[in-house]
Design a protein around this ligand. Sequence first.
Ligand SMILES: Cc1cc2nc3c(=O)[nH]c(=O)nc-3n(C[C@H](O)[C@H](O)[C@H](O)COP(=O)(O)OP(=O)(O)OC[C@H]3O[C@@H](n4cnc5c(N)ncnc54)[C@H](O)[C@@H]3O)c2cc1C
Length: 437
Amino acid sequence: MKVGVVGAGWAGLSAAFRLDRAGHKVTVFDATRTPGGRARRLHSTRLDADIDNGQHILSGAYSETLSLIDELGLDRASVLFDQPLTLLSADGRFGLQAAALPAPLHLASAVMTARGLSWRDKWRLVRTMQRLHARQWTIDTGLTVLEWLKAEHQSDHIIRYFWRPVCLAALNTPIDLAGAQLLATVLRDSLGATTRASHLLIPRVDLSQLWPEHLPSSIAIHHGLAVRHVASTATHVDMCDERFDAVVIAASAPSTARLLRCLPQSAAGSQLLARIAAFEYRPIATLTLKTEHPWGLPHAMLMLDDTPERLHFGQWLFDRSVFSLDSSQPPMLCVVASDARELTKHKREDVAAAIIEQVTEQTVRFAPMPTITAYELVIEKHATFAALPDMQRPGNATPWSRIWIAGDWTDTGYPAVLEGAVRSGRSAAELIMQKHP
Ligand SMILES: Cc1cc2nc3c(=O)[nH]c(=O)nc-3n(C[C@H](O)[C@H](O)[C@H](O)COP(=O)(O)OP(=O)(O)OC[C@H]3O[C@@H](n4cnc5c(N)ncnc54)[C@H](O)[C@@H]3O)c2cc1C
């Protein structure tokens, strides 16, 4: 089969890889010049350095992504900095670190030795996790995370220092809006699984180098080519002056809708388009700070306490010198702000200055932050869809028999994350191969 793929993000490339391995001829088209989609390398002229479109972390639960990395012959340890689950606040007020023990002892010890939580909070956290486990990680799909936590009698203190940051990092949606079931799924596969699954994996190389640039050369990739039109019949799909047996549209939800609107419409098609139109999006901002010399913090990542009234929007601080292997890049720190809607209302220079002040204030227990020589603020306005309760996410099949869709926004069971994107690509590829063996 000749298969066309729209989008060289992690979903499109995952589909391309599976189809190529099965012996099909695959051509990928992407509007940008670098593979990886939202998880790709950018060049910053302000920093005179290559950075990512946003600091990302993976987890040991990203089984499909990790097996893709293995199948491409890449050495995991060279591309990913692997650390046991560690949530430490920069100011030292809160700390939770999993021990190198078999599950669930790794978590039990993490909770028992956690800093900044009362015994009552610890006990309730353990009970909540036990109840989730007993209910096979299912929660009423209509509940928000906050409603669920209140029903579980979690205190305001543990919500602020544990649940809120975890929810924002995993779902990019605030706890009063985020769907509890999506968080439960993340917890099931990370904290509720093996010790390795709970590990945090931080890319040591840029996101395009991590694996998207290592696909077999048998996959043709056309960069800088935005697909504007697709025409589909019962026997083939025409796109970019080529004829394909099948096409996977692995673009963002709005771009996918634009392409699907080119096709003959039906009631089923309108229903799919209505589902896509219902998605809401949330921004993520990443402030990268170039420093005079490496800071050498004792931890790769630390939690920051955000106070938006002071423009202290930072939620996580990454010291790239702890994990980056790319010696051609200058020393850099990254500060991440999820659900960054409020941040986008302020001037970039004000935000950058306030976040630098925030990091300085909250890291006084460490060696002083080195002098900052330049900064870059990347705001991805449509970073992820808002992970709301009761979402109706479409599967990979469409009413057009030769068109499939993939992407983190399709029905992966996960929030908008890399692993969901990779799984959706694989699933679209498998469905095509089942239908057209
Ligand atoms: C700042 C930021 C931080 C994040 N942090 C994390 C994290 O820490 N951990 C995590 O797991 N996930 C994180 N995510 C989410 C993760 O990046 C996404 O889930 C994932 O990259 C989505 O991949 P995708 O292939 O579904 O879509 P995309 O990456 O959006 O890929 C779609 C591709 O389609 C192309 N395209 C669109 N329209 C067309 C067209 N008409 N013609 C040709 N090409 C087209 C685009 O150029 C793009 O390359 C983060 C996202 C952002 C933005």
